[in-house]
Every structure is written in structure tokens, then in C-alpha cells.
Design a protein around this ligand. Structure first.
Ligand code: 5GP
Length: 211
């Protein structure tokens, strides 16, 4: 119906399972375009440059900011993270549904720049469960986990700015819910302006022809 794809921002507490959720969404419903962010943090074990992130130097990141190559950027645990603009705009204009998996400050910037963006916040069922998942992940030190828990408490304050809360309890259910929320949002009147004007004009033209 509408040629332009929908821009969806997915945020959530670190450890809420966003990464796994994104992989499952892409595997289950092939047509989403997941934006790859640039970051100045080092790769974790198993992460691949150009696939998980574009791992860049601080100097390169600052160049991307001054060259206006980023839609938004933010600092998280003393590292920069940002969304490259070219890919997102190209995918949207090709009618693809684009997903940005970014933190809360970046999400607010995306909303300011793309008011029609859909903002989703992923959360585990409880704070205890969040801490358990962070510990099980085994990629962070105790100090880093504590840092992520206190950051989560700060991020919780931003939840009311999102359109929907997505509870990640059972992965399969969560993926289905995520997909249907995104696809339903595409049918909202606020995102179907072009279609509504086209069909209204067609109706007027038909009426004129028939009179
Ligand atoms: P991690 O280091 O765990 O991969 O990511 C840390 C946080 O940075 C996560 O909340 C993630 O969603 C966020 N993040 C990843 N890419 C971007 C980005 O391009 N912009 C912003 N603002 N946040 C990002």
C-alpha cells in the first residue's frame, strides 16, 4: 500500500535479549533491513566487523559526525555508537522496513528527525531476570554488569517516550509480537497519508468522470 518502508527503533535494557531477538526476527521474517551501527568499542569475542558493528577509531567516528554521516549518535559506557545515515535512507526509499537497535538517547534523536518512526522498548519480565541474563551472558566483568544495571535504572525513565513495550519472556512469542506490532503500525492512519490522499483524489476523479 505505501511504498516507503517503516523505520522502527528497538531499545531496551542491555541484557534484555535484543540481539537474539533481532537475529530471530530477521531469520523468521526475511524482509527487514537491520542497520549496522558504527562504534568505538572493541569487538567482543565472535563479533565481526561490518556485520555486528563497524568498529572504528574515535578519530574516524568524529569524522563521521562532522561529515554528517550519522542520523544520531550517543555515548554509552564511555564509547561512541552511531547510526550511519546512507543505508537507512536508501533502504526506506526502496520500501524496506528498517530496524535500528539503539539506546534511549539515540532513540529520542531519531524521533526528532523521523517523527513517523515507531519506537519499541524491549524488557525482560523483571529486574532480577535482567541481572540473571547479564550474568549468564558471561561477556562482562562484575563491575561492567553493575554499570549496566545502574544504566538500566536510568533507561527505565525513558520508557514512556516509546510507542510499545515488548516483553521478552519466551523468545518465539516475543518475535511474533514484534513482527505484528511493526506490521500493524504500518497500517495506522498517521503512516498512510500518501495512500489516503491518493484514493481520495481517485474518488474525486471518478465522480467527475461519471457526472
Ligand atoms: P553493546 O555494547 O552491548 O553492543 O551496545 C550498547 C548499547 O548501545 C545498546 O543499548 C545498543 O542498543 C546501543 N547502540 C548500538 N548501536 C547504537 C547506535 O548506533 N546508536 C545508539 N544511540 N545506540 C546504539
Amino acid at each position: 500500500m505505501s511504498r516507503q518502508g517503516i523505520l522502527t527503533v528497538v531499545s531496551g535494557f542491555s541484557g534484555a535479549g535484543k540481539g537474539t531477538l533481532m537475529k530471530a526476527l530477521l531469520a523468521g521474517y526475511g524482509d527487514y533491513a537491520l542497520s549496522i551501527s558504527a562504534t568505538t568499542r572493541s569487538p567482543r569475542e565472535g563479533e565481526v566487523d561490518g556485520k555486528d558493528y563497524f568498529f572504528v577509531s574515535t578519530e574516524r567516528f568524529l569524522d563521521m559526525i562532522s561529515g554528517e554521516q550519522l542520523i544520531e549518535y550517543a555515548q554509552y559506557q564511555d564509547k561512541y555508537y552511531g547510526t550511519p545515515k546512507e543505508y537507512v535512507d536508501r533502504m526506506l526509499s526502496e520500501g524496506r522496513d528498517v530496524i535500528l537497535e539503539i539506546e534511549v538517547q539515540g532513540a529520542a534523536k531519531v524521533r526528532a528527525r523521523y517523527p513517523e518512526a515507531l519506537l519499541l522498548f524491549v524488557t525482560p519480565p523483571s529486574a532480577e531476570e535482567l541481572e540473571r541474563r547479564l550474568k549468564n551472558r558471561g561477556t562482562e566483568t562484575a563491575e561492567q554488569i553493575a554499570g549496566r544495571m545502574s544504566r538500566a535504572a536510568e533507561e527505565a525513565k525513558y520508557m514512556p517516550a516509546y510507542d510499545y513495550i515488548i516483553m521478552n519472556d519466551k523468545l518465539d512469542d516475543c518475535v511474533k509480537q514484534l513482527h505484528s506490532v511493526i506490521q500493524n503500525a504500518k497500517q495506522s492512519t498517521s503512516r498512510c497519508g500518501a495512500f489516503m490522499s491518493r484514493i481520495s483524489n481517485e474518488l474525486q476523479d471518478l465522480l467527475k468522470e461519471e457526472n
